[in-house]
Write a new protein. Sequence first.
Length: 191
Amino acid sequence: MKRMPLLASTTDPRWIEVALSDLDAVHRDHLHCERKAAQSALSLVRSYPDRVELVAAVARLAHEETAHVVQVSALLARRGTAPTWDLGDDYAAALRSKCRTGEPERLLDRLLVFALIEARSAERLGLLGAAIPDEATASLYRSLAAAEERHRDTFVELARGISPDADARALELARAEANIVANLPLRPRVH
Ligand SMILES: [Fe+2]
Ligand SMILES: [Fe+2]
């Protein structure tokens, strides 16, 4: 499998088998992933209201993530799957713990962490889009994967605008992300 740009590893091929074994669990988790993506983008508006270009870019991105919440919610309804509470996200929490304190390092790291989450999500949604037998669901996943790839690029571009060290730091955080993924169990969830 070709590695998704930015990531330092590819997903264990056994993950898709686990995901396909309980697709309803994946969809229920995915609903919260999209919601948290919107909330994370908006958290940057709260933290950096004076950065006009950043606010415009992440607000647009949050708008798209909210549209994804609507789409995944419709998918759950179509399948007759009842949504559940958020199971929490040890993956994102571990990654967020790598963010440095002090500015502009904190902003740089938050942008790169969000870029990595988008990249890993895009990779896995793409795997689902290629493997899910139901064509309507598979095609939804392919379109969501393409959107998350664009979001990855948006965050990388914003990071590059913050610091000339963005690419070097992206490499460090990508290695940390690969390590976190490798130490998590394979489960029917997006991460
Ligand atoms: Fe999304
Ligand atoms: Fe996204």
